[in-house]
Structures are given as structure tokens and as C-alpha cells.
Write a protein that binds this ligand. Structure first.
Ligand SMILES: [Zn+2]
Length: 281
């Protein structure tokens, strides 16, 4: 019985919190729109872009290290191999760390962090325990491919383009009578509250555009994965990369076969079969 009371109390609490947040957001949105007009969407786009550029590196630099425990790789053949690889591609490597994996994101990953001419490679302990040294080097070579080919900029630009499109849509239609006419809603020449426009735009106008933009963004992500695999292949990592990828996809229980059309529409990363075939080509 206590569980039922707890459930009802939590449910009511959540509803009240949600109501308070939505109510405040609605009030302040209309206040801001009344004061600054539709241009506020463009400003918020610019602020969100600047915030992403500043916050993402800060998240990698400050927040991720707080979530995990690390130990530095100070000697051994793996260190030598990774240093040789970094030299080969002019990667400004300062040190290598092993993350002991206390959070879910640290499972079977390798990534780099650090600004400008001093970068740190971080490899998860799960990767160290399940892969050979050659396979770890191949995975790091793939990550260096993302760095060398500046893929972070592709992701940033495609995200910025998507958000800009959303802002332009809101800017043009949040107080437009055309929107209400299109849905046969009578508004007596005065558009209703902008929040109603947001609901119409988000629920009915955005989804078709969203699907098209998602397909474009999936295409870019998939292309970047293929390019990073080819980069590792050109460094002589073809065979260990293939076996490492098979181990990662197997460990994460990612289904190896995807319908081609479904992949194009919904899947950000190519399937293991697509990647292995592309590496072998
Ligand atoms: Zn990748």
C-alpha cells in the first residue's frame, strides 16, 4: 500500500513541477516576444551556437574527468605504439590515460581531449581488457582520422544549420495568420498565444522537415565514419581495425544487418557489415 501512495505522491509532484516549469516558460516566452519581436529567435540561435562552441570543449575538459577515474599510461609497448602513430599523423600527443570506466559512456571507447598543441588520448579499461594492442592502436587511428579530417566541424555546422532552420521557421510563423488558416483555425485576424503556434509548428510543420534534415545529418555522420576508417586503413591498420570493430559491435549487441532504406533514414552509424565491406574495398 505504501508503494501505491509513493507512486501517487511522485506522480502528483511531477505533474506540479511540470506545470510550474511549462507555465513559467510560457509566461517568459510571450514576455520576451512582446518586448523584442521575432528577431529573438535569431539571437537565441547565435547564443546557442556560441554556447555549443564554448561548452562542448569544456564538457570534455572538465565534466567528463569528474565522472571518471584515470590512470596514466607511463610505459610499455602500447604507449610506444601509440606515440609512433601520433608522430606519423602529427598528432600533438602530450600523454595517454586509461579511464577506469565508472560511467556508462566509458564503455569500449577511445577519445582525445585537450586544446591546441597539447592533446591527451583516453582509452577505456574495457577496451584495454578486450582488445589486442594492435586493435587498440587501430581504434585510436580511427579517432585520429576524425581529428585530422576535422569532422567535429562537419557535426557542428550540420547542427547549426538544423537549428537555424528551426529558428527561421519559428520567426516567420509564430505570429502568422497563414499558419492558422492552413489548419482551418478561425482566429479573427489576431493570432492566438505564440505557445499555440509553437505547438502547431513543432507537431505538424516540423516533422517532415525534421526527417529530411535527419537524413542529411545521418549521411554526414556515416560519411565521417567511413572516412575515419579509410584513414586508419591508409596507416596500415586494416586488419586490426576490422577485428576491433567486430568486437565492439558484438559487445554492444548491435544488430549487424540493416535494411538499406531504414539505415538511410534512421541510423547514424553504418552497420558492422557495411563498415567491414567498405574497409575491404
Ligand atoms: Zn568514429
Amino acid at each position: 500500500m505504501k508503494t501505491v501512495y509513493n507512486f501517487i505522491a511522485i506522480f502528483i509532484g511531477k505533474m506540479m513541477l511540470k506545470g510550474a516549469v511549462v507555465g513559467m516558460a510560457t509566461y517568459y516566452t510571450s514576455l520576451v516576444l512582446q518586448t523584442f519581436g521575432g528577431n529573438v529567435f535569431l539571437w537565441s540561435w547565435m547564443i546557442s551556437l556560441l554556447t555549443t562552441i564554448i561548452l562542448v570543449p569544456l564538457y570534455i575538459e572538465i565534466i567528463i574527468p569528474l565522472l571518471d577515474e584515470y590512470t596514466q599510461l607511463t610505459s610499455g609497448s602500447l604507449k610506444q605504439k601509440l606515440e609512433r602513430l601520433a608522430n606519423e599523423v602529427n598528432f600533438p600527443l602530450s600523454s595517454i590515460y586509461i579511464s577506469l570506466g565508472n560511467h556508462a559512456d566509458a564503455d569500449h571507447v577511445a577519445y582525445f581531449t585537450g586544446m591546441f598543441s597539447s592533446k591527451v588520448i583516453v582509452i577505456s579499461l574495457t577496451l584495454i581488457l578486450s582488445m589486442t594492442e594492435e586493435e587498440i592502436v587501430a581504434i585510436v587511428a580511427h579517432e585520429m582520422g576524425h581529428w585530422k579530417l576535422r569532422h567535429a566541424w562537419y557535426y557542428l555546422i550540420s547542427r547549426a544549420f538544423y537549428n537555424l532552420f528551426l529558428c527561421v521557421l519559428l520567426m516567420n510563423y509564430y505570429d502568422s495568420l497563414k499558419l492558422y488558416n492552413a489548419f482551418n483555425i478561425e482566429v479573427n485576424n489576431t493570432p492566438p498565444h505564440p505557445v499555440l503556434s509553437f505547438i502547431l509548428i513543432a507537431d505538424y510543420m516540423l516533422p517532415p522537415f525534421d526527417r529530411i534534415l535527419s537524413i542529411c545529418s545521418n549521411y554526414i555522420t556515416r560519411l565521417c565514419e567511413y572516412e575515419a576508417d579509410q584513414f586508419a586503413k591508409q596507416l596500415g591498420q586494416e586488419i586490426p581495425l576490422r577485428t576491433a570493430l567486430i568486437k565492439i559491435y558484438t559487445h554492444k549487441l548491435i544488430f549487424p544487418v540493416n535494411d538499406e532504406l531504414y539505415s538511410i533514414c534512421y541510423v547514424t552509424h553504418p552497420s558492422i557489415l557495411e563498415r567491414v565491406r567498405a574497409i575491404q574495398r
